[in-house]
Write a protein that binds this ligand. Structure first.
Ligand SMILES: Nc1nc2c(ncn2[C@@H]2O[C@H](COP(=O)(O)OP(=O)(O)O)[C@@H](O)[C@H]2O)c(=O)[nH]1
Ligand SMILES: [Mg+2]
Length: 253
């Protein structure tokens, strides 16, 4: 039962993408289970098969411990680690061939505290992968794009799992802008030109040096454009996931 974790900065479209991909896979007769790992979310665009809020709920924590939203979110993120066994059992009981996990809204609560990597390691021994979302509207600025590359490299450095990079919300940008960002992701010279053209002073130097430093890590950021509103790119994502997780076999046995 391969598991894929959807990750990205707050508002990058993790929950809606989880919903779109799971609906699309179900339409293609794949047996999918969807897991919500966000203890603070009030409303989800899908019905989770497994929900961390059954065990840890940030709103309850606020009341019980008299914490504000940030304190409760941090405490909730840390408490999830103790519920790994329960969540794993719930996932197993869902008897799916493929599991999609929607992670907490604030990425740092998952990626940069101890609980996230612990959960990713403990939840299953099956093949797993991370899907990292680059928000297209944010990424059209080369400075933001490079910052996102940096965050994505930092996430990889926390989990060390196969990582697939998607450009989300492409329906919100003109096609030519989507193509431009995709080109940056595959061609460092195109990104370098955009940095030269669009940025000045400190931002230009910072972005250029950051891009060089990340290049030295040898990571691939090739972005696959997707939209959770129009379902653009889901076929491509499915193909990549199959290759990444199942060496080309369907998820279903
Ligand atoms: N137009 C458009 N809006 C999107 C898309 N994906 C997410 N959104 C919107 O972006 C906002 C944040 O999305 P959400 O999935 O909650 O982000 P999360 O915090 O990463 O889980 C919501 O208002 C979504 O409706 C997309 O592909 N296209
Ligand atoms: Mg969300």
């Amino acid at each position: 039962m391969p598991v894929v974790f959807v990750i990205g900065t707050a508002g990058s479209g993790k929950s809606l993408f989880t919903s779109a991909l799971s609906d699309w896979l179900k339409m293609s007769k794949q047996d999918v289970a969807v897991v919500n790992l966000d203890p603070g979310v009030l409303k989800l665009p899908y019905s989770p098969d497994v929900d961390v809020r059954n065990y840890v709920d940030a709103t309850d924590i606020m009341e019980k411990y008299g914490l504000g939203p940030n304190g409760a979110a941090i405490m909730a993120a840390d408490l999830i680690a103790d519920e790994c066994e329960n969540i794993t059992r719930d996932i197993e009981e869902a008897h799916a061939d493929f599991v999609i996990v929607d992670t907490p809204g604030q990425m740092e609560l998952f990626a940069f505290r101890a609980s996230g990597p612990y959960i990713v390691n403990e939840l299953t021994k099956e093949p797993k992968a991370l899907i990292y979302l680059f928000d297209a509207v944010f990424s059209i600025n080369p400075f933001n794009y490079v910052s996102n590359m940096f965050l994505s490299a930092a996430v990889y450095n926390r989990f060390f799992q196969p990582q697939l990079h998607l450009l989300s919300k492409t329906d919100l940008l003109p096609k030519k802008d989507v193509s431009k960002i995709v080109e940056w992701s595959g061609n460092p010279h195109a990104l370098e030109n955009a940095i030269e053209e669009k940025l000045e002073d400190t931002k230009r130097i910072f972005s250029y040096n950051m891009m060089q430093a990340i290049g030295k890590l040898g990571m691939q950021f090739h972005l696959t454009p997707v939209s959770s509103k129009t379902n653009e790119g889901l076929i491509a994502v499915n193909t990549i996931l199959e290759r990444l997780l199942m060496q080309g076999e369907k998820y279903t046995t």
